[in-house]
Design a protein. Sequence first.
Lengths: 289, 358
Amino acid sequence: MEVLQILISGVSQGCVYGLIAMGFVLIYKATEMVNFAQGELMMLGAYLAYTFINVLGMSYIPGFIATVISMAIIGVVIERGVLRPMIGEPPFAVLMITIGLGFILRAVAGAIWGTETKTLSNPFTGSVARISDLSVGYENLAIIVGTLTLCVTFYLFFRFTRLGIAMQAASQNQLAAYYVGIPVKRIYSLVWALSASLAAVAGVLVAPVSLLEPVMGFIGIKAFCAAIVGGFGSLPGAILGGLIVGVAEQFANLYLPPGIAATTAYVMLLVMLLVRPQGLFASIQQKKV
Amino acid sequence: MRFILKTHYQQDIDVFKHNGQRFWFGLLALLVIVAPLFIDTFYLGELSLVYIYAIAGIGLMLLVGHTGLVSLGHAAFLAIGAYAHAWFIGKGWPLPLSILLAGLLSAAAGAMVGRPTLRMTGIYLAIATLAFAHIVEQIIAHWEPVTGGFRGQLVPDAVFMGFDLSRGIPFYYLCLFVVVLCLLAALNLLRSPTGRSMVAIRDSEISAQSMGIDLARTKTIAFAVSAGFTGVAGALFAHKLGYLAPDAFTMLTSIQLLLMVVVGGLGSMHGVFYGAIFIVVLPQFIAIMRDTLPTAIGQLPGLEPGLFGLILVLFLIFEPLGIYGRWLKVKQFFDEFPLYRKATHKRQKSYLRTERLR
């Protein structure tokens, strides 16, 4: 029973990684950029929700929606201001710029909301679902259900809608996409809006189980490990990678000494790169010449 | 404007291109040698720090600027160098041997991480080095018998032939000596076939490969050499800190090192030194700013990392060639005075194709 209980908490933690990893994958899939600030966007989303719900006194659902919308706007602003000038620059420069962006966002959050930890009030706290002997917190259930819904939605979106396919085209070859009439720039803005609002959802769902602090974005690095374990550029891969890393971490916490347990995600990443560099769900294919 | 008449093939790979350079670098050498006579201990310490960062920067520049690979975990190599050096010195090994071994150990660690990950493209390497840095951080924090764990450990004094070199003027000369040695080593590496193949890889992997360059081997060498230089810097950094604790080697340190080479100017050894001066001066500048600015802004927590991030972003958008690139442009403006055209330095854009099909 204990094993099952750990499994469930691992799955819920894994879904958090998966949600953030999905943000990475979304931007990567559509713009071929790697956004290192995804964790910080999540942090910003959680703080905005805190502002709307706790400070301004909105109720949960409207506060949630307001957060998602304002994060989408922030995403567009970031894309227009910082990443638009970088179109056509080497990928390394884009990577560096998102790292810098992460530092700025953390400093801004620290300046506005202070560095002491905060808690976001929400309707789930304290209520527990019981299935025979197992007990699952509603906040964990919310994370799992939310992640699965979003994953399926985005999968269908990329597979079947015009916009989703246009996004993939823009990623695969910018110039060719221009030639066939895809508004690549507008699509980039849209992807950033989507990705930032996804980060907002992740932030709101994570906030009840972890505390709000400016450094909570560091979880993004572990999510990155999850994205690579699952296969960078694949949405189901991101969720699966997240689940694997999350569950492995919970078991490591139980059975391994604390120092080693903290490195689980990173060790898994390095092992994965050694054994199967393209990840579980390969989206990297060798081009045959 | 200076035109160089080349009468020998050897001139193409000379370290000094012409007598003007010999004169100015000679003057600079003279200045840094007599510097302890004129400036007081605090600024001498800061200058030593510039040299230490410059050594690490030389290593990182070879990797990022000349081979085109990004590492987000160079703080780990700095840490390995620092702790290895402290351990060897503690065992009573001679100073030069200890510094050398610290460098070699870092290089070995670099080769070990680099070898499997270098088959990957940019982001994978970056994230793998980041993971490696986190693992090293945890090992340092928990391997108490050797590293002292979270409590940290005192660094033993650097005694060489009866002289204490670990602080003040002797330490300044030690750093100066090592940085000059490292710089010469790096410049000579860049003139050699290995160095040239590194640059070829940066410019185009496919064309490098078709000219018969062994990509994996060259990249591994570049990574190991880069880690080695950073390890040597770590050894000196240990003496500069005096007390080693894991919080001196975090991700922020790695980013700071990366910021140094980007701000200085990628792909030039001049840039390393400009960058090193920049990251040593910036915290001092912020400290002064904190006093003059209104308290609401001046006392903000996280002001320093935030400013680092902001400067990184601004440089990448407006001057990707860094301080050295700006200097070259200004120089060219005066060289060709009425005829300078802005378009000379127009940035080459290359539109992305997917990395997933290669």
